[in-house]
Design a binder for this molecule. Structure first.
Ligand code: SF4
Length: 331
């Protein structure tokens, strides 16, 4: 008999599963989510990559999702992922081609700062087990990388990686899209300068402060003036840098979680002429799956931040994960 109360079958139709590749410090996998994601090579040390095998891992996982009996089946590696709800589909997942549409570089875990909120604190100093330049060349030679692929680079600190400048050259000449880079901005990079001149890159820099003292208290390095100077120099080389640099403010308990520091931050934003800002919470402390509550005052500080940005006519970017964490914590 037809069961009116039967759960409607949902399939996890996640684009990352089908077409993303994430170069992580220990291995190569589908995605950068807060969940494990699907591993292609869990302990990778630079061996030759079998792209047919990578495609097969994706197909097998999709097959597993399509043939699940349970209506709300989610693979173990994806459980707890904040992307799940947006990627549930009523239909089975159709065949897909073997093309990479998103590259995420996070193979280098070394850093020239020691931010108090760093999610990869324990990995910092481990350096790099493998380089990505040979992998990108192999993807291009095998016609697996889409020219329109999105490239996102973070770390550790990507600009201190030995292969960074060469990697940027390859990506700038092969891809058509803008390259997104999360950096602390301490190193001035000639290839980032070139990318700005070509209007081919965006930077997200966590400044987290408007004063040298607060910067140093959070990042444990005295590089506030250097970062501001580097940003000014990118802007001197190309006006597009004003639009393409986002200055980020991660709220850190008892250090920058106050109105005075937020005001100082906006003074810097204004004097540089930067057009986009972003406010985040400390992912190390306030995770989706932990019970540590976001302090109530965060909601006021975030509103205050957003109001100033709006009054100044600035764009405010939001991280999906922050939205989900805040929603979970809102009374
Ligand atoms: S649902 Fe999340 S963990 Fe699973 S493939 Fe997509 S992004 Fe990765």
């Amino acid at each position: 008999m037809f069961n009116l109360f039967a759960k409607k079958h949902k399939y996890l139709n996640c684009p990352h599963l089908k077409s993303s590749i994430h170069f992580f410090y220990y291995g190569i996998k589908t995605c950068c989510a807060n969940a494990e994601g699907i591993n292609f090579y869990k302990d990778y040390n630079g061996e030759k990559i079998d792209w047919d095998y990578v495609y097969k891992v994706r197909q097998d996982k999709i097959e597993e999702i399509n043939s699940a009996k349970q209506a709300d089946y989610i693979p173990l590696e994806c459980k707890k992922c904040f992307e799940i709800n947006g990627n549930l589909s009523d239909k089975k997942i159709e065949k897909f081609e073997n093309k990479i549409q998103r590259l995420y570089f996070q193979n280098n875990m070394s850093c020239n700062a020691q931010c108090s909120y760093c999610t990869f604190e324990r990995e910092v100093g481990k350096g790099t087990k493998y380089n990505t330049v040979p992998i990108i060349k192999s993807l291009i030679e095998n016609n697996i990388l889409s020219e329109n692929a999105v490239a996102l680079m973070s770390g550790g600190e990507i600009t201190i990686s030995d292969e960074f400048e060469e990697l940027m050259d390859i990506l700038l000449s092969f891809l058509k899209s803008k390259i997104e880079i999360l950096t602390n901005g301490i190193i001035y990079s000639k290839s980032i300068e070139k990318a700005f001149v070509l209007n081919r890159c965006t930077l997200i820099i966590s400044l987290d402060s408007g004063t040298r003292e607060t910067y140093k208290a959070i990042k444990k390095v005295d590089c506030f003036d250097k970062v501001i100077n580097n940003i000014s120099n990118y802007i001197k080389m190309s006006e597009s840098a004003k639009e393409n640099i986002t200055l980020k403010y991660i709220l850190v308990d008892d250090i920058n979680d106050n109105i005075q520091e937020i005001n100082s931050f906006f003074n810097i934003v204004n004097s540089l002429g930067i057009k986009n800002v972003r406010i985040d919470v400390d992912f190390n402390k306030y995770t989706l799956n932990s019970n540590t509550k976001v302090p109530n005052k965060y909601f006021d500080l975030i509103s205050y931040f957003n109001n100033i940005a709006s009054n100044l006519g600035l764009g405010v970017e939001h991280c999906n994960q922050v939205d989900v964490i805040l929603k979970k914590n809102k009374k």
